[in-house]
Design a protein around this ligand. Structure first.
Ligand code: GDP
Length: 686
């Protein structure tokens, strides 16, 4: 049904994997009457996890988008993946909603990815909620988790819906604000007044809640101190304001699996999630200057593309959030960041794998359009406004691997497939590395690349294996040398004659290659000088140490001789190239390896482990500095030591660390390792 913006409630579910987002989503859909029976993770029949990869792995990989109506409101819910390798999806979801709900497994408390997704939501400055789930399981402890939240994160966590019992003794949930219980009765929930015993047990929390809420509003505060009655409605209004301003983070609880506390949670979301567009403006830029565009009902129409999905039936689906105006079928819009105009076809609201055709999508809605090839993630669609929205801040992938065709796949088929993956997945990159003639990919981790493998097999019928990439070594010389080379052939008719004196000199790091001539008195005629240069340029592509390109040296031809009949460009080229090889052998040649600038960000307690580990990777620590409650360690580390760092850092820090890395320069490879590289290269050649 079409509804106006003020009726829209958008939120996403975020958590460490396994906290219950998918099951909570199922039960929300059941409460809202979208589905009759709840699916199960084990059976692989949930609405959220509908791709073959998700069914097999039993956890979410992609965001799942749901649009449904309930009690006169339109909800848009995004169920995000909880596994660290798929954080890109969370980054995208947070840009499309007005609030985020953190799920916590009531038996496990705060886990690694809980921290990460929470800080992402914090960065987006979204109103936030917490749902403490799995209260029906032994070991679930609401109070402990509340303490943990308060000790770990900033913000005022306020219990609003608390559990009645836990584990075997779990009976249901209690709405503190309304002082009402919702108790499990078979597979139904039954509303009940609080018993005197319950009231007594909750007196302290209730009091605490009252104080937090009156603090938000001066008028309420005065009433409170004057001992006047504060109505339920006044408290609710204070709560609504506190959530919108970010001052209060309501905490709910329940059991998603038993559908306990779910309806109450949804009722509170109806009440507390701010409607979209509350600022009245859309912010972005135009020609690199910041702009603010006033939100309109039909125009200007502005939307952000949050995700691209390729559906087996409809083809390419671009999922977008309307930030202003109304998007209708066949609307003409600009993709403003690309300067192109496109005509949209049908537009849809989404319910997991299903698309439901919509006549229009208003400000605040999340929907999709099919078959627009030009659209990509982070694009701005606009009609009637000059604005480019900020790109979605995706995590940068750092797990770098070479890939090789397998099982009857050929090179071309593999690269055709692999270069299409980034269309759907901005945290995946594919690249052809010229120096090592290798097809390489960069992803978030091993699990991510395994999923890509499955997708390639299913969608493109290609298979590949991965390995650590080859290092693009180079070679250089360390000593100035002079050599003479004469190339002479007498075979019947016209012979060959080229004769050069060459000087090879080391250049500073990063200088590349220079060529010069110092010929006096026409010892070599001018016309042959370019051939001498060409001979060296060709020869330096394969150095004498292990066949890697030679850099950072200067070659000078300073003398020679020629033969009026037998000399030719070819003869001089051959002489120069042979002369270069001979000279290089005498000039203390060495291998160079790429060195990376690395920045590792970890909580203070991991500093010692990180530095020790970087040292063992032949790293040089350049310095460290605090950043918030984290430490940033800067170091230079050889590239060959960093291929598995994305995985190793995860295991050293239990997932709390992150890092970035970029090429810095080439440096001499230690002698001992040089032997290894040479014998490896010889083995390869053989
Ligand atoms: P997600 O990774 O956050 O989407 O978590 P899932 O929804 O896939 O749930 C992970 C597992 O926990 C599944 O086996 C669920 O059936 C189970 N689960 C989810 N919520 C509850 C709950 O409230 N109680 C119990 N006992 N199990 C739950």
């Amino acid at each position: 049904v079409d509804m106006s913006t003020k009726e829209i409630r958008n939120f996403c579910l975020i958590s460490h994997g396994g906290a219950g987002k998918t099951i909570l989503t199922e039960n929300i859909l059941k409460v809202a009457g979208v589905i009759d029976t709840v699916g199960s993770i084990e059976k692989g029949n949930t609405k959220s996890d509908f791709t073959p990869e998700e069914k097999n792995n039993k956890h979410s990989i992609n965001n799942a988008y749901f649009s449904f109506d309930w009690k006169g409101n339109k909800f848009n819910l995004i169920d995000t993946p909880g596994f660290a390798d798929f954080r890109g999806e969370v980054a995208s979801a947070l840009r499309m909603v007005e609030s985020a709900v953190l799920l916590i497994d009531g038996t496990a408390g705060i886990q690694v990815n809980t921290n990460y997704v929470w800080s992402m939501a914090e960065k987006n400055e979204l109103p936030r909620f917490v749902f403490v789930n799995k209260m029906d399981l032994d070991g679930a402890d609401f109070d402990k988790i509340l303490d943990e939240l308060r000790n770990t994160f900033k913000g005022s966590f306020l219990p609003v819906v608390v559990p009645d019992g836990a584990g075997e003794n779990y009976r249901g949930v209690i709405d503190l604000l309304a002082e009402t219980a919702y108790l499990l009765d078979g597979d139904k929930e039954k509303k009940a007044d609080l018993t005197d015993e319950q009231k007594g047990a909750l007196e302290d929390v209730k009091q605490e809640m009252l104080e937090s809420l009156v603090e938000l509003d001066e008028a309420l505060m005065e009433k409170y101190f004057a001992d006047e009655e504060i109505s339920h409605e006044e408290l609710v209004n204070a709560l609504v304001g506190g959530v919108a301003s970010g001052e209060i983070i309501p905490v709910f609880s329940g059991s998603a699996l038993k559908n306990s506390g779910v309806e109450l949670f949804l009722e509170y979301m109806r009440l507390l999630v701010p409607a979209p567009g509350k600022d009245g403006v859309v912010r972005g830029s135009w020609n690199d200057e910041p702009v603010e565009i006033e939100i309109g009902e039909t125009e200007p129409a502005i939307a952000l593309v949050g995700k691209i999905m390729v559906d087996p039936y409809v083809g390419k689906l671009s999922i977008f959030k309307v930030l202003s105006g109304t998007f209708t079928r066949d609307k003409e819009v600009q993709i403003t960041n690309k300067g192109i105009k496109v005509k949209l076809g049908k537009i849809y609201r989404l319910n997991g794998a299903e698309q439901n055709e919509a006549s229009s999508l208003v400000t605040g809605e999340i929907g999709a359009v099919a078959k627009i090839d030009e659209l990509q993630t982070s694009d701005t669609m606009s009609a009637g406004a000059d604005i480019v929205l900020d790109k979605i801040d995706f995590p940068v992938p750092m797990y770098f691997q070479a890939i090789h065709p397998a099982d009857g796949t050929d090179d071309e088929k593999l690269s055709n497939a692999i270069f299409r993956i980034p269309e759907e997945d901005p945290t995946f990159k594919a690249e052809y590395i010229k120096e090592t003639k290798a097809l390489t990919v960069t992803g978030m981790g091993t699990v991510h690349l395994d999923i890509i493998k499955n997708i390639c097999k299913r969608k493109f019928d290609v298979s590949f294996t991965t390995s650590n990439p080859k290092v693009a070594y180079k070679e250089t010389i360390q000593k100035k040398v002079e050599v003479e080379e004469k190339y002479k052939k007498q075979s019947g008719g016209r012979g060959q004659y080229g004769h050069v004196f060459l000087r090879l000199e080391p250049l500073a790091n990063g200088q590349g290659f220079e060529f010069d001539e110092e010929i006096f008195g026409g010892a070599i005629p001018n016309q042959y000088i370019p051939a001498v240069e060409k001979g060296i340029i060709e020869a330096k592509e394969e150095g004498v140490v292990a066949g890697y390109p030679v850099v950072d040296f200067k070659a000078v031809v300073y003398d020679g001789s020629y033969h009026p009949v037998d000399s030719s460009e070819m003869a001089f080229k051959i002489a120069a190239s042979k002369g270069f090889k001979k000279g290089m052998e005498q000039a203390n040649p060495v291998l160079l390896e790429p060195i990376m600038n690395v920045e590792v960000t970890v909580p203070e307690r991991f500093m010692g482990d990180i530095m020790g580990d970087l040292n063992s990777r032949r790293g040089r620590i350049l310095g460290m500095e605090p950043k918030g409650d984290q430490q940033v360690i800067k170091a230079e580390v050889p590239q060959s030591e960093m291929f598995t760092y994305a995985i190793d850092l995860k295991s050293i820090t239990g997932g709390y660390g992150s890092f970035s890395m970029e090429f810095s320069r080439y440096e001499k490879l230690p002698e001992k390792l040089q032997e290894e590289v040479i014998s490896q290269r010889q083995a390869e050649e053989a």
